[in-house]
Design a binder for this molecule. Sequence first.
Ligand code: NI
Length: 168
Amino acid sequence: MLSILKFGAPELKKPSAPVEEFNGQLRHLVDEMVETMYAARGIGLAAPQVGVNLRLVIVDISRGREPEQLMVIANPEIVSTEGQQSEEEGCLSLPDFSGSVPRPWRVRVRGLNPRGDEFYVEGEGLLARAFCHEIDHVNGTLFIDRLSGLKRDLIKRKIRKLISAGRW
Ligand code: NI
């Protein structure tokens, strides 16, 4: 099991490098990320959240209930968007915090599977949000970076208190 970095870790702010080697090591990392995401009851996880500087994300909005919903995307890119939504969003790197984040309603994503084959996938609603959220991670962006300054400062203040209380 991998440990998930929390807000404040410099790895979360750094844009990740493209995946270039599609080998057993990558597939092992994917397996560990999947196990870690399910254990944390998340619907998505990006490699930088486990301290790995790679453009690699996994998403499963069924939280493991429907294994065919698991998507592993290396070098993900949003190629088109449609509409908009604004819903409460959380993050495994910011446990117990959430905020309403504007996102497109539908997105089309291009990426590579763990064997290096290109594919396209579309998602709407929650799935579209999950894609956008995880792709943000590989660009060094967290959902709180997309909140209003006021809301973001409030969350940061609470986190600073948790840090000084040794509870973060
Ligand atoms: Ni997140």
